[in-house]
Every structure is written in structure tokens, then in C-alpha cells.
Design a protein around this ligand. Structure first.
Ligand code: NAD
Ligand code: DAU
Length: 345
């Protein structure tokens, strides 16, 4: 089988390709990725020369390029997206353009070329903030609260409309916060690890009592392979780690694991509109596909810290120009940047 993976040079996409190749599941995997600041071919350096793997640089908003890449593909796993909530707050337009517009282009091309299975990789953020004690199953209303979450909810609804209107064979998965190797250090856990390794302050937004459910990227990718193989067309599957944790506790876990003082934690101005709590009911994927996460949070954090320690060259490469500019603007001068967002400057 020939599989097109969009966004395969990013964090989850590259872990997925590595796992899919290791499973020997597909004859051919085409990685279609625009290589934005978040895409990095170094993430796949160990599999690049493997038989059956092909990389095509392209943008999912470019219909012709997408159709060419899709030639002969029977299935699509769609990861490509602008995935960072904070960036979506600072500059929403590119996020909507890729996550909604790009998904539409891809859906149209995949339908035209009679793709038999389309797996749209989405997020628990589409369900919005959940009150303590509650969790969202797949029928929970969509209420994305950041431009990123809204764009993913919009894309989910487009996928749903293609299923309903055209009988298009698509499936949606909604995962909780992923962590693990190759995650770009603008995201919480790698940012905390990298700063702690350098002895720099760990910037925790607001009171740090926001709660996320952490799933190791390998567990997520195993779930995606199962859904690709055995999921039912038109269905939605939640994929959560079952590891709810407050951000502040996560930061302390990192410091503990590295033998650093918790005085390195610095509470900084909160993310505007910050969702307090996400929580998924994952009963459906457990019952239907017999999936459950296998990597405990303790084990996963230790393994992730070890990976970042051992991959300093990768860190130096990704923390080049764009990352430095981003960090300087939104951390070093955070109050100024957030004032500008408020004042719409
Ligand atoms: P990432 O930012 O690490 O990677 C995104 C990849 O998409 C990059 O390689 C980038 O170059 C590529 N890309 C961006 N715009 C593109 C475009 N217009 N055309 C082609 N390629 C483009 O993201 P990630 O964390 O690996 O997330 C992958 C997917 O999983 C996203 O759809 C995200 O919404 C979803 N998701 C992420 C998480 C998480 O915790 N990271 C959780 C649930 C769902
Ligand atoms: O829930 C799934 C989502 O998880 C995915 O859909 C997104 O693509 C992914 O980026 C992630 O979104 P979050 O906003 O939850 O992840 P992030 O790593 O940006 O932040 C995690 C939590 O940590 C969140 O409550 C904000 C907080 N935070 C984040 C950063 C970067 C901090 O306190 N300090 C920080 O410096």
C-alpha cells in the first residue's frame, strides 16, 4: 500500500513514519511537508535512505502539488498543521490558512483521486475547557477557544461534511498533549527541559494550575496505526494518555529529574484565553481497537529528558534563528508582546 503522510517532518509525523516503517506496514510512504520552522528533515535522518520512504517538499494549500504527491496513494494520514496555540494567538491568519484552507485542498484532491482512507489527526483542544471531574467523549460539542483550536475544529467539521455529503472515507482522531523525542522546544515540556538543562528560568504561564493529559508520542502513533488499519469510516476516536497533570507539577517533575532547584520556576504573564483543563474519555478506542497507552508518565518523562540530553546537536540546530527570535519576543519581552496583542498592534 502507498501512504501519503502530510506534515511528516514535524514532531508527531516523524515519530509516526518511523513507527510505520518499523512495522513494515506500508510498501511506500510519501512524506509531504512544507518544512516550515517546525518541520525538520533531521527528525527522520535515520530512515531517509530506507526503501519505500520518499520525501516531497510541498504545501498542502497547493492543489497541484498535492494532487501530484497523491498519485497512486491509497491512504492519507494528515498531520500537517500550524500546531502552536501561542503563535495562533499572536498571528491567527497563517494558522487558519493552513489548518482549514489546506485541509480543504487536501480533502478535495483526495476525493478526486479516490483515496480509500483519510485519517485526519486532530486534538482534544476542539472540545474546549472542561470543568473539574468531567471528560469529553467523541460526541462532546466542539468549542475551540484559541484561534488554533478553532482552526482544528473547523477542519474537523470540514472532514465531517465530506463524510456526510460525499460519503468520503475519512476518520478523525483527537489526541491529548503529546510529548517525547523530536518535539520543537516552543512546546511546554521540551522548553522546560531545555531551559532546565541550561540552568535558565522555567516560564510557567499564570498560576500553572492548568491541567493537561499527557500522552507519549509513541503511544499516540500506535493508536493512529490501529485506527488506520481497523478504524471505522466516518468515526471519531479520542486518544489520551490517562496522565492528567498540572503544568506546575510537570515543571517540578522536570527539575526534580535533573536535580535542579524549584526556584528556577518563574510565573510569567498568562496566555490570553488560556484553557484551564482538558480531559478525554477514551473508552471508544479501548473497546473497539483494544488500544491503551503503555508508557507511564514517569518513564516517559525520564526517557524524554534522556533524549534531549543526548541530542544536543539537534537542539542547537532547531534553536537557531527563528526560535531565538520567537523566544526573545514572547519570553524576554513577554509583557510588551502581550500588551501589543491586547492593543492590537
Ligand atoms: P509540528 O508543528 O511539530 O509539525 C507540523 C508539520 O506540518 C511540520 O513538519 C510543518 O513543516 C508541516 N506543515 C505546516 N504547515 C504546512 C503546510 N501548509 N503544508 C505542508 N506542511 C506543513 O506539529 P505536531 O505537534 O507534530 O502536530 C501534528 C498534528 O497533530 C497537527 O495536526 C496537530 O494539530 C495535531 N496534534 C498535535 C498534538 C500535540 O500535542 N503536539 C496533540 C494532538 C493533535
Ligand atoms: O492538547 C493537544 C494540544 O497540545 C495540541 O493540539 C497542540 O498542537 C499542542 O501544541 C498542545 O497545545 P498546548 O497549548 O496544550 O501545548 P503547549 O505545549 O503550548 O502548552 C502546554 C501547557 O503549558 C499549556 O497550558 C500552556 C502551558 N505553557 C506553555 C508554554 C510553551 C506554559 O506554562 N509555559 C510555556 O512556556
Amino acid at each position: 500500500m502507498k501512504l501519503l503522510v502530510t506534515g511528516g517532518a514535524g514532531f508527531i509525523g516523524s515519530n509516526f513514519i518511523r513507527l510505520a516503517l518499523a512495522h513494515g506496514r506500508d510498501d511506500q510512504i510519501v512524506n509531504f511537508d512544507a518544512l516550515t520552522y517546525a518541520g525538520n528533515l533531521l527528525n527522520l535522518a535515520d530512515v531517509t535512505s530506507q526503501a519505500g520512504y520518499q520525501f516531497i517538499k510541498g504545501d498542502i494549500r497547493d492543489g497541484d502539488a498535492v494532487r501530484r504527491a497523491l498519485e497512486g496513494c491509497e491512504a492519507v494520514v494528515h498531520f500537517a498543521a500550524e500546531s502552536h496555540v501561542d503563535r495562533s494567538i499572536y498571528e491567527p491568519a497563517p494558522i487558519i490558512s493552513t489548518n482549514v484552507g489546506g485541509t480543504l485542498v487536501l480533502l478535495q484532491a483526495a476525493r478526486e483521486l479516490k483515496v480509500q482512507r483519510f485519517l485526519h489527526v486532530s486534538t482534544d483542544e476542539v472540545y474546549g475547557d472542561l470543568p473539574p471531574g468531567s471528560c469529553a467523549d467523541e460526541s462532546h460539542p466542539l468549542q475551540g477557544n484559541s484561534p488554533y483550536a478553532a482552526s482544528k475544529a473547523g477542519a474537523d467539521l470540514l472532514v465531517r461534511s465530506f463524510v456526510r455529503t460525499y460519503g468520503f472515507p475519512a476518520i478523525i482522531t483527537r489526541a491529548s498533549n503529546n510529548y517525547g523525542p523530536y518535539q520543537f522546544p516552543e512546546k511546554f515540556l521540551p522548553l522546560m527541559i531545555c531551559n532546565a538543562l541550561e540552568g535558565r528560568a522555567l516560564p510557567v504561564y499564570g498560576d500553572g494550575l492548568q491541567e493537561r493529559d499527557w500522552v507519549h508520542v509513541e503511544d499516540h502513533c500506535r493508536a493512529l496505526l490501529l485506527v488506520l488499519e481497523r478504524g471505522r469510516d466516518g468515526e471519531v476516536y479520542n486518544i489520551g494518555g490517562g496522565n492528567p497533570e498540572k503544568n506546575l507539577t510537570m515543571a517540578k517533575r522536570v527539575l526534580n529529574a535533573l536535580g535542579r532547584e524549584s526556584s528556577l520556576i518563574e510565573h510569567v504573564a498568562d496566555r490570553p484565553g488560556h484553557d484551564r483543563r482538558y480531559s478525554l474519555d477514551c473508552g471508544k478506542i479501548r473497546r473497539e481497537l483494544n488500544w491503551k497507552p503503555t508508557i507511564s508518565l514517569d518513564e516517559g518523562i525520564a526517557q524524554t529528558i534522556a533524549w534531549y540530553k543526548q541530542n544536543q546537536a539537534w537542539i542547537q540546530q532547531v534553536k537557531g534563528g527563528e526560535y531565538r527570535r520567537y523566544y526573545e519576543t514572547y519570553y524576554t519581552h513577554r509583557d510588551v508582546a502581550l500588551q501589543a496583542v491586547k492593543a492590537c498592534r
